[in-house]
Design a protein. Structure first.
Length: 410
């Protein structure tokens, strides 16, 4: 079998863990498999490097940041190759560019465009374990790029697709995909399997166990994907096209802390107002998520919406710069909020889900600031101080066995 194995930052955080992971990789190789390993930077290396750059210049160029951040993964792959050699296994490390990973040019958030697999294939033919640096590629100018936070997952899935691997294993610090982040909700349950679509929704709503783009790519190329622990031999969670739907209406909940809201107060209640407002933001490449418009009064109305925390300063700046043209009275913002979402394919046909969510939040004494729904999810914005309590209240309401029974009755 050809297997791609990806190990995240905590799985390779120190010498002891690198050694353990090396033994695990070696054992898979000994069984006669061809192994491609994708690694993240060790522990908090990426954050530490970002911090070092900020100490020198808060507006570091994105090209130089990529040059810096890509060194984290480069250290990991060399150390892993060194560890494998020490154990007597043949191994070679390759940076993203050496592995033929070509990306778009947008530094800091580049997309993988194509993979030239020749080098990897020839190394595999020489019986080498091939260790590739995750999270990086090379753009058409020959510069190293990074793929956005959590991007090593995407590197692994893309390599699995390009190499037609039999399996792509994502090794992390939890035993699989759970019904909620097990670090926040201790009663969260591990799922044996989850569909690409539901995983995609959970990932995009903040469950960082898999990067969103990695799931998109797994679905597109039907990659056999499994999430499991690097620290135990537990089975893990299979991510696939179709899953056996039991009597559950929601598959899980996710929390996104990277959210800020902006309220534009007193805009004219006439056609074109929303258009001008959001056009101003889109020209600055600021994406907007949940939008709420108040009922008009005295010829004016308020429009509130959410952006990412990184985009908040720029969004406020550009709106204030266009205050007269947009014709609003005042603007307020809040970055101490989180977005909590429940996700499930069975939701569309079950009107009880929204009321159960609101009931759980009400019982927990938690105020809702904004609500957004789609066929497969309901999201609410809440105060960040309520985040963990809300996640636990909502999880209990949907996943304790008595609660599941009461949904089934509706
Ligand atoms: P890695 O360094 O291996 O890439 P990440 O920190 O990116 O690991 O992702 C694993 C983390 O994702 C877990 O430690 C857990 O706290 C978090 N997480 C959030 N939602 C979920 C979920 N639904 N299931 C499992 N883990 C989750
Ligand atoms: N090291 C990168 C990050 O911390 C990529 C990854 O771990 O997937 O985001
Ligand atoms: Mg990750």
């Amino acid at each position: 079998m050809l297997i791609v194995q990806k190990f995240g930052g905590s799985s390779v955080a120190d010498a002891l863990r690198v050694g353990n992971v090396a033994r695990r990789i070696g054992a898979a190789h000994e069984k006669g498999n061809k192994i491609v390993v994708v690694l993240s930077a060790q522990g908090d290396t990426t954050d530490d490097l970002l911090h070092k750059a900020r100490e020198l210049n808060s507006r570091a160029s994105s090209r130089e940041l990529d040059m810096l951040l890509s060194t984290g993964e480069q250290q990991s792959i060399a150390l892993m190759a060194i560890a494998l050699h020490g154990l007597g296994y043949p191994a070679v490390s390759l940076t993203g560019p050496q592995a033929g990973i070509h990306s778009s040019s947008s530094h800091g958030n580049a997309r993988i465009k194509s993979i030239d697999t020749e080098r990897i294939t020839s190394e595999l033919e020489r019986n080498n374990i091939v260790i590739v640096a995750g999270f990086q590629g090379i753009n058409r100018y020959g510069d190293v790029t990074t793929l956005g936070r959590g991007g090593s997952d995407t590197s692994a899935v893309a390599l699995a697709a390009a190499l037609h691997a039999d399996l792509c294993e994502i090794y992390t610090d939890v035993e699989g995909v759970y019904t909620a982040d097990p670090r926040i909700v201790p009663s969260a349950k591990k799922l044996d399997e989850i569909s690409y679509d539901e995983m995609l929704e959970l990932a995009s709503l903040g469950a960082k166990v898999l990067a969103t783009r990695s799931v998109e790519m797994a679905k597109k190329y039907q990659v056999n994907l499994i999430v499991r622990s690097s620290m135990s031999i537990a089975e893990g969670t299979l991510v696939k096209e179709e899953v056996n739907v039991e009597n559950t209406y929601i598959s899980g909940l996710a929390m996104d802390k990277n959210v800020a809201s902006i309220s534009v107060i007193g805009v004219m209640n006439k056609p074109g107002t929303a258009f001008k407002l959001f056009q101003t933001l889109s020209k600055e490449k600021i994406s907007v998520d949940i939008i709420l418009q108040s009922i008009g009064r005295d010829k004016t109305k308020d429009i509130s919406f959410t952006v990412t925390k990184q985009d908040l300063p720029n969004a406020v700046r550009v709106l204030m710069a266009n205050k007269t043209a947009l014709g609003f009275d005042s603007l307020s913002f809040d970055d101490k909020i989180v977005k909590l979402s429940v996700v499930g394919a069975g939701m569309a046909t079950n009107p009880g889900v929204a009321s159960m969510l609101f009931e759980a939040l009400y019982n927990g004494g938690i105020n809702i600031m904004m609500i957004s729904t789609s066929e497969i999810k309901i999201s609410v914005l809440i105060d960040e101080r309520d985040a963990d309590n809300a996640a636990n209240c909502v999880h209990t309401r949907f996943f304790s066995s008595a609660a599941a029974f009461s949904v089934a009755q509706q």
